[in-house]
Structures are given as structure tokens and as C-alpha cells.
Ligand binder design. Structure first.
Ligand SMILES: [Zn+2]
Length: 354
């Protein structure tokens, strides 16, 4: 057993919690009870936890979740094994681990076929349960994965949720092929920065968008052939120009209402639009004539299977995929970190050092 990094008693830890929903000021850095862990669980000493939009949805109350209160957010966790339950074998104290963010039953038809996120009991750690804005978190043994050798804690925490999501969207849902062209909305977002890289890994051509001139070079640096400013340029026109009128085969969307119509106008006949989220709102209009005459496919995607995360992590061993860390804040500045995310001034993942 190891227990470094805290001077508190054995039953207390430091955490950032909110007791009621509201603005970033609701986040309190305070003492909290150390989590109990079951016989088949591992207690992880959190070293880094990356932010996700889910954290803001939960804290603001915008998604009407039935959260355990006071609530600890944080779904992207990297740290060290601290203690293990009696039934846990093959893990020992001090081992560096990253936590797979999905919880599911493991035995239903969806789980056994790798579609964990369709399981009726599926939950995201730190969103629907207590998470990693804390010194310790208890997670099931099967959610513990080794950190790729090349990565530090902050880099490792930047990987799970966004790379799992991008992988599931592009490979499992949209079946992106070598030589195809993909439009990735918002390369500066965590999931956008992952999608550009996964698309390049698959041998696709990437057109992506950013919201400011400063982000243009960073998006190119990830490997995108064409970068469009979605605030100042006409995205469908620029897509047409970049593809000599051919448009894109796949649209990677996580914005929703604000991008829907432009996505439709950017797709080539037979195009597939894959969506994993609606940061701008979830209601839109669909002209069904385009859907059938151009034989579009509209694909929903939500997280992914644990096996897909195991696969995606392999590509960090040889550097073919790289975490994109925007900034690192100390745990107690979680409110400032969330404010940076809400302003969309970041490029890549915002991480809390714990
Ligand atoms: Zn299941």
C-alpha cells in the first residue's frame, strides 16, 4: 500500500465538489470522505484529470441529471494504484494507470459484443458517478489500463474520452476509408483534435475548422490539409474549393444545431454524418429530399467500447497518436479551468494536476 501525496487523515481527501448546480463559483475545493472501494475495485491515487464538456453540463445543471450530491466531476483520470480489493489480482500499488471512463454490466448482449455504451446500465465515471477532481477515486478492476510508456500523467489523462469517442465515430460508425475526405468541426476541441489525428492515421484527407486565426497553425500541425475559420469563412464554399467541387465523404460533428445545415451542404453524394454531441443545441431541421436523393447516412455515436480504448492506446506507444494538452491547472483552480473551456479559448485538453 502507498499513500503519498496527502497529509490528511486516512479517511479524508481533498476534492473539488459542488453541492448544488450553478456557475463555476459553485465548485468548492474542500475535504471529502475517502471513497470506500469494493472487493472487485481499485482505489486510484489521482495524479491528473482532464476536463470534458460533461463536467460543465453536470455543474451547470443544464442536462437535468440525477447526480449524487455533493458531486465530484472528472471522467478522464490518470494516476497510480493505491489499494486493491480482495478479489483484484494482477495489480499492485504504485502501478501507473489510466481509467477507462465507461461503466457497464459486462454481461448483456451489447457489452459482450463491444457495444458497452448501449448497455442499459451504462454510466460515465465522474458524470453519473463520483469522479477524478479528487485525490482518490474507486473504480472497477476492469476499468484500469496501463499508461503507455511515453506518456506522463497529464498527457495520459488527455486521451481516454476524446480518443475513444473519435475512434468509435470514425472507425466503428462511419467506416472512414483511406483516401476519403473528412470534415472535422472544431479541431481546437478535445474531440476535434483527436478526430484529426485518427483520420490521418486511417489515411484520410482532413479538412477541419477553427474559431480563431491563432488556432490555424495548430490545426495544421495535427496534420489537417485544409483549415477553415468557421467564424469568418463560408465552410461549405471552402470545402467545395478544397475538394474541387467534390465535397467530403464523412462529416465529424459534435456541435449540433449550429453546424447541421453547413454539414449537410458539405457532404458528397453517399456522405455519412456522424455526431456525438450537441454543444450548440439539439433541435434542427432536416430536408428529407437531400437525405434520400443524395443517399446520406446520419449516424449517432456515444462514447465507445472498452476494447476500442485498448486499441487506441496502442498508437500512443509509438507516437502515431499524440495527446494534445492545452493547459494544466492545479486541482483547486478547477473553476478557472472550466471557465477557459466555456470560453472556447483552448486548443486540446485542459487538465487538472492533482
Ligand atoms: Zn451490459
Amino acid at each position: 500500500m502507498i499513500d503519498n501525496g496527502t497529509e490528511l487523515g486516512s479517511c479524508q481527501l481533498k476534492a473539488v465538489r459542488f453541492h448544488e448546480t450553478g456557475g463555476p463559483e459553485k465548485l468548492r475545493y474542500e475535504e471529502a470522505p475517502r471513497p470506500d472501494f469494493k472487493e472487485d475495485e481499485v482505489l486510484v491515487r489521482v495524479r491528473a484529470c482532464a476536463l470534458n464538456r460533461l463536467d460543465v453540463y453536470a455543474r451547470s445543471g443544464s442536462r437535468k441529471l440525477d447526480l449524487p450530491m455533493p458531486h465530484i466531476s472528472g471522467s478522464d483520470i490518470a494516476g497510480e494504484v493505491s489499494e486493491t480489493g480482495k478479489l483484484v489480482e494482477g495489480h499492485s500499488a504504485g502501478e501507473k494507470v489510466v481509467v477507462a471512463p465507461g461503466l457497464s454490466c459486462g454481461v448483456c448482449e451489447y457489452c459482450t459484443n463491444g457495444w458497452d455504451s448501449l448497455c442499459s446500465s451504462y454510466k460515465i465515471i465522474g458524470y453519473q458517478t463520483q469522479g477524478g477532481y479528487a485525490e482518490y477515486v474507486a473504480v472497477p478492476r476492469e476499468n484500469i489500463l496501463p499508461i503507455p510508456d511515453k506518456l506522463g500523467f497529464e498527457e495520459a489523462a488527455s486521451v481516454p474520452l476524446v480518443f475513444l469517442t473519435a475512434w468509435h465515430m470514425l472507425i466503428t460508425r462511419a467506416h472512414l476509408q483511406p483516401g476519403e475526405t473528412v470534415l472535422v468541426w472544431a479541431a481546437g476541441s478535445g474531440v476535434g483534435s483527436a478526430a484529426v489525428q485518427v483520420s490521418k492515421l486511417l489515411g484520410a484527407k482532413v479538412i477541419t475548422t477553427v474559431g480563431s486565426e491563432e488556432k490555424m497553425a495548430k490545426a495544421k500541425g495535427l496534420g489537417a490539409e485544409t483549415v477553415i475559420n468557421h467564424h469568418t469563412q463560408d465552410v461549405p464554399e471552402e470545402v467545395k474549393r478544397a475538394t474541387n467541387g467534390g465535397k467530403v465523404n464523412v462529416v465529424f460533428d459534435h456541435i449540433g444545431a449550429a453546424t447541421w445545415e453547413r454539414s449537410m451542404r458539405s457532404m458528397a453524394p453517399g456522405g455519412r454524418l456522424v455526431n456525438c454531441g450537441v454543444t450548440s443545441g439539439g433541435k434542427t431541421e432536416l430536408d428529407i429530399r437531400y437525405l434520400f436523393t443524395r443517399q446520406f447516412s446520419l449516424l449517432g455515436s456515444y462514447m465507445g467500447g472498452r476494447g476500442e480504448l485498448v486499441n487506441v492506446l496502442k498508437f500512443f506507444e509509438d507516437g502515431r497518436l499524440k495527446p494534445v494538452v492545452d493547459s494544466v491547472f492545479p486541482l483547486q483552480d478547477a473553476g478557472k479551468a472550466q471557465a477557459r473551456m466555456e470560453q472556447s479559448s483552448h486548443f486540446g485538453k485542459i487538465v487538472l494536476k492533482v
